[in-house]
Ligand binder design. Structure first.
Ligand SMILES: CCC1=C(C)/C(=C/C2=NC(=C\c3[nH]c(/C=C4\NC(=O)[C@H](C)[C@H]4CC)c(C)c3CCC(=O)O)/C(CCC(=O)O)=C2C)NC1=O
Length: 169
């Protein structure tokens, strides 16, 4: 699992180069956003259950067929599995935000996920929508907590949405 710093070092080490201007600029921008990343993660951590609940409610309001007979989130067990998946996406997004690197998402979340979803008939489009709803809620809450310069917030959510949704939307 990599973060912004280890990824960069790895790239330079492969070719035996010292960190150049470009590398140092990248590092600087990561460190400059470091405190804000930690604060954003703190907002997520302390509201995670509420964020997942609210996102689930909004998703099922938008797409009520998901929880009707025949829908993939119909039955208590599948409803709970759906919210649990949303909670996974949120938790790993918070890790990726702090790491400043999306590698943790590839390694722990996305690997094999499309195949699993396809084999269980979990619809990808609505899952992607659920991830986008969580992104919007997180952005609202982080802004409400008074944090500015949080342009990095979209990244993990967009990354998961894009990787999961690829070819399928
Ligand atoms: C940490 C990484 C990780 C992820 C991401 C993960 C996802 C994941 N979601 C699953 C199921 C599921 N996922 C959903 C999700 C949904 N259904 C819908 O209609 C909605 C659109 C959506 C919620 C937004 C449902 C309903 C199931 C159960 C499907 C079934 O068993 O029929 C399964 C199958 C095994 C199980 O039920 O636990 C996995 C592996 N597991 C992991 O370990």
């Amino acid at each position: 699992m990599r973060d912004a710093v280890t990824s960069l070092i790895r790239n330079y080490d492969v070719t035996g180069r010292y960190l150049d201007r470009n590398a140092l600029d990248n590092l600087k921008s990561y460190f400059d956003t470091g405190m804000a990343r930690v604060q954003a993660a703190t907002v997520i951590n302390s509201n995670a259950a509420g964020i997942v609940r609210q996102a689930g409610k909004q998703l099922f309001d938008e797409l009520p067929e998901l929880i009707r007979a025949g829908g993939n989130a119909y039955t208590t067990r599948r409803y709970a599995a759906c919210l649990r998946d949303m909670d996974y996406y949120l938790r790993y997004a918070s890790y990726a935000l702090v790491a400043g690197d999306m590698d943790v998402l590839d390694e722990r979340v996305l690997e094999g996920l499309r195949e699993t979803y396809n084999s269980l008939g979990v619809p990808i489009g609505p899952t992607v929508r659920g991830i986008q709803i969580m992104k919007d809620i997180v952005k609202d809450q982080v802004a409400a907590a008074g944090l500015t310069s949080t342009g990095f917030l979209d990244q993990p959510f967009d990354y998961m949405a894009r990787e999961l949704g690829e070819n399928d939307l």
